[in-house]
Ligand binder design. Sequence first.
Ligand SMILES: CC(C)(COP(=O)(O)OP(=O)(O)OC[C@H]1O[C@@H](n2cnc3c(N)ncnc32)[C@H](O)[C@@H]1OP(=O)(O)O)[C@@H](O)C(=O)NCCC(=O)NCCS
Length: 449
Amino acid sequence: MKKTIREDDGDINWFRAASPYINAHRGKTLVIAMPGSWLRSELLPTLTHDLTLLSHLGLRLVLCFGLRAQMEDQLAQDQEQSDIVDGRRVTDSHALETIISAAGVARNDLESRLSMGLPNTPMAGARLAVTSGNYVTAQPFGIRDGIDFQHTGSVREVHSSAINAILDAGHMVLLPPLGYSLTGEVFNVTVSEVATECAIALKADKLAFFVDSLPIDEDGSPLRQASSRRIERVLNNPSQTDKADSSNMTLNTILNHAVKACQGDVERVHLLESDDPTALLRELFTRDGSGTLITMDRWEHIRPATIADVGGIIQLIAPLQTNGTLVTRSREDLELDIENFVVSERDGMVVACAAIYLEPETATAEFACIVTHPDYQGEGRADQLLMHLEERARELNCVSARILSTHTGHWFVARGYSETPRQDLPPVRRVSYNEQRNSKIYSKRLDLK
Ligand SMILES: CC(C)(COP(=O)(O)OP(=O)(O)OC[C@H]1O[C@@H](n2cnc3c(N)ncnc32)[C@H](O)[C@@H]1OP(=O)(O)O)[C@@H](O)C(=O)NCCC(=O)NCCS
């Protein structure tokens, strides 16, 4: 029967492509830093709609909002002014009163918008409970370089257990740029600091900042992905450091916070363009994402495989088994063998794997099944896996590493391996050598640097 292509097939395909991400993000904690200018932006309804949607998809959400734009307007109306030094306002008593009242207005506005559920959708009326409170303890920022910052504070502690209890109950947490001291004082704290410290305290999976412009790489194009180490290098590039976004949170302040968050074990920091209403959902639910992704070290983590990874590993290796690149392993073989595997994952999906087998008789580790999904190749993932396995072998007192390969010898040679005659295989390994595959053997000394 002839198949017809329907107009909505694109949407269906998009939905199919998004479903692994929907699954991967369920139960994950996302902290968002929103500049105050967004509260008055025409994009605000889109953001609150998307937050409601994300909450219903099972994400645990903390929304931190800034108030700099509101402060500037109110201070101008009052014919007052307060200096901003290195991204922090010098907060005198009048500025403090202004920010406290702006926080109340902003909170009411956000709460009312988030009470709307998802209007004009079948989920209309699905309510999102929002909770705010004194979850951030602050201390005075003090006098720096002779400048008394007065009521400006820095975060001393985030009450993560209280916030977690609220998130566990399915509520969204709303945090103003304010902190409270143990003596009952209120301090003005930057939104980027509140969001960063909150993400660290909660061990959040993601921290997102909205920015006016993305960091650029050495070629001058927007940086799509980078490790926190690379961001530190970008920060040392003077052309990068003095851009300001609309909320006046300078990009380098945000980048510094991103690095701090990564060092504090927040897995991913996302910088999203403020003027793109689709940025948040695209970043979370599409393969290409949007904005800049900053990670602790790399985009994915290497970890020991578990039985839950068997399906993902099979998907990775099946085509290579069919074309003869890899030895055929059944699901049962893999399940029995799973503790020898490590996987590299991104957004909850296995994108590369490798296995290690120890040969105690010869103090040798044999590596096998090193595979990177074709969509993720060429970005150093297999390299990292190999280094990880070599490190593990050294810890287990192996003095040499071995690999058998039919197609990929040059890749290993480029990484310090050299071809070894088959007769050099120790007897214990020779018995299981598959003559039919006729693989070449490569080895490397691990005890030499
Ligand atoms: C080989 C493989 C694991 C590399 O994965 P990866 O994550 O892309 O690896 P890296 O990013 O560390 O390295 C990429 C580099 O290796 C090179 N490379 C890829 N396959 C190669 C091969 N068969 N021979 C030589 N070099 C190869 C790429 O051209 C790239 O070179 P570049 O740095 O100059 O751009 C991947 O191509 C793969 O899964 N291949 C099929 C499975 C396989 O053969 N596994 C090895 C046997 S166990």
